[in-house]
Design a protein around this ligand. Structure first.
Ligand code: NAD
Length: 362
């Protein structure tokens, strides 16, 4: 890997390699862009095949956070960190405290949170060494982001319906929901309340059955989600599920869900959905409620404000669709363009002197 060429082509500001042999810490902390504010993004713990794979993941994920913040109107930059290790066997208090020291050394330029493989308990260990951590339990904490994420996805789905059919009511629409986890559970409640006919699936049949029993949804097999006749396909499980194999099978008019990185290859598969006239609500736009939730914790948590922001995902999604239609471009490209435009304009605003000298030592 030509690391500096990669950083410059992806636009990263800073990448920190953290090593502490005594505690076993090996971490990569990637700060992509702090034009809008401190870089916020979770810490992932994963058993990477190689150091290069870990760096690539940190770079890709941190860049994604910049775009998510920028398009959703949040005043945060993009960052993400990865700890190399097995989250089932390699966790310890000293390891997370050593990591917390590294986070602290950046003096707030990077704020961490939970991600795949890390939990509230790990954040509490990090908190012993730094205040630059969110997602910690207790008073003032933002708690489980899933209800906010789900409400944002629901709002984005209503905007998608408005664009596709002229009405944002989901009444009578058939929605296939992949995954019956945290986000899906709250989402299905909104959909059922709106009068949609919902089909749920999960690789753990008992999770799908429990959600269906609670909400009146119907269970379908995980193998049937892509080819199932429906109006809306809503991915709420894993990423890369929109790909060469699944796109030809889709029978929906809209793809809109909470899962991250739904398009296996953003350009190729975003264009393929457009070619099939399937309206794709970009994942990082409609699932930005989770980020809004932790962002609020940084400023002083305000649940009502956060829910209003998540409702605003409707307007942001409409803006994305309007630009895509005006320029005849895929919707992922339109959301990237809106994010880049906000970054460019805020950088410009911050470029003028505002009476706060930044002379060294002052
Ligand atoms: P979760 O682990 O609670 O739920 C995911 C569910 O998907 C699990 O029940 C799992 O068994 C199921 N699943 C996995 N593979 C499947 C398959 N092939 N078919 C059907 N079901 C399958 O996770 P979550 O918090 O609900 O998050 C769901 C997605 O949304 C993830 O991609 C996550 O990154 C993304 N996301 C979540 C939040 C949030 O607030 N939790 C915010 C933004 C994005």
């Amino acid at each position: 890997m030509q690391i500096f060429d990669t950083l410059s082509s992806m636009g990263h500001e800073q990448v920190v390699l953290c090593s502490d042999p005594i505690t076993g810490l090996r971490a990569i902390l990637a700060i992509h862009d702090t034009s809008l504010g401190p870089a916020l993004g979770g810490t992932r713990m994963w058993k990477y095949e190689s150091d290069e794979a870990a760096i690539t993941d940190a770079l890709r994920l941190s860049r994604g956070m910049t775009y998510k913040s920028a398009v959703s109107g949040v005043n945060l930059g993009g960052g993400k960190a990865v700890i190399i290790g097995d989250s089932r066997t390699d966790k310890s208090e000293p390891l997370f405290r050593a990591y917390g020291r590294m986070v602290d050394s950046l003096r707030g330029k990077y704020i961490t949170a939970e991600d795949v493989g890390t939990s509230v308990r790990d954040m509490e260990w990090i908190r012993m060494e730094t205040k630059f951590v969110t997602g910690v339990g207790g008073p003032g904490g933002s708690g489980d982001p899933s209800p906010v994420t789900a409400f944002g996805v629901y709002s984005g789905m209503r905007a998608s319906a408005k664009t596709a059919w002229g009405s944002d009511s989901l009444s009578g629409k058939k929605v296939v929901v992949q995954g019956a986890g945290n986000v899906a559970s709250y989402l299905v409640e909104h959909l059922v309340k709106d009068g949609a006919k919902v089909f749920v699936s999960d690789i753990y049949a008992e999770k799908a059955a429990a959600l269906a029993a609670r909400t009146g949804a119907e269970v379908i097999s995980p193998d049937d989600v892509f080819g199932h006749d429906c109006d809306i396909f809503s991915p709420n499980a894993l990423g890369a599920i929109i790909n060469d194999d699944t796109i030809p099978a889709l029978k929906c008019a809209i793809v809109c869900g909470g899962a991250n990185n739904q398009l296996k290859d953003e350009k190729k598969h975003g264009e393929a959905l457009k070619a099939r006239s399937i309206l794709y609500a970009p994942d990082y736009v409609v699932n930005s409620g989770g980020l809004m939730n932790v962002a609020s914790e940084v400023e002083g948590y305000d649940r009502d404000k956060v829910m209003r922001q998540a409702e605003g995902v409707y307007d942001i999604t409409m803006d994305v669709f309007a630009l895509a239609s005006k320029k005849d471009i895929p919707t992922f490209e339109a959301s990237n363009a809106l994010a880049e435009e906000r970054l460019r304009k805020v950088r410009h605003v911050h470029g003028s002197y505002n009476g706060s000298p930044t002379i060294r030592g002052v």
